[in-house]
Write a protein that binds this ligand. Structure first.
Ligand SMILES: [Zn+2]
Length: 81
């Protein structure tokens, strides 16, 4: 009986030693890749009208304010902002 328990403990040890460390590593690699992708696309601006974040190249600039679409730029101009 003790042999079986020792065998199971050994199996758990081997599992943790060889299989478990690979899981956080791959998650970390994935997270780093996500972070890297985030840095590449981090150049976003906040729409002064609705507060939505849009990529700067897709945003409409109006002085120092940015808008997600020409409609919001126009609305902001009508609002006097
Ligand atoms: Zn907007």
């Amino acid at each position: 009986m003790l042999d079986v328990i020792l065998f199971v403990v050994l199996l758990i040890y081997v599992y943790r030693r060889w299989l478990a460390p690979s899981i956080p590593k791959s998650v970390g690699r994935h997270a780093r890749r996500e972070q890297h992708r985030g840095i590449e696309s981090v150049d976003t601006v906040k729409c002064a009208q609705c507060g939505v974040y849009v990529p700067r190249n897709e945003a409409t600039g109006n002085g120092d304010a940015w808008y997600c679409c020409p409609e919001h730029a126009r609305e902001a101009r009508h609002d006097g902002r």
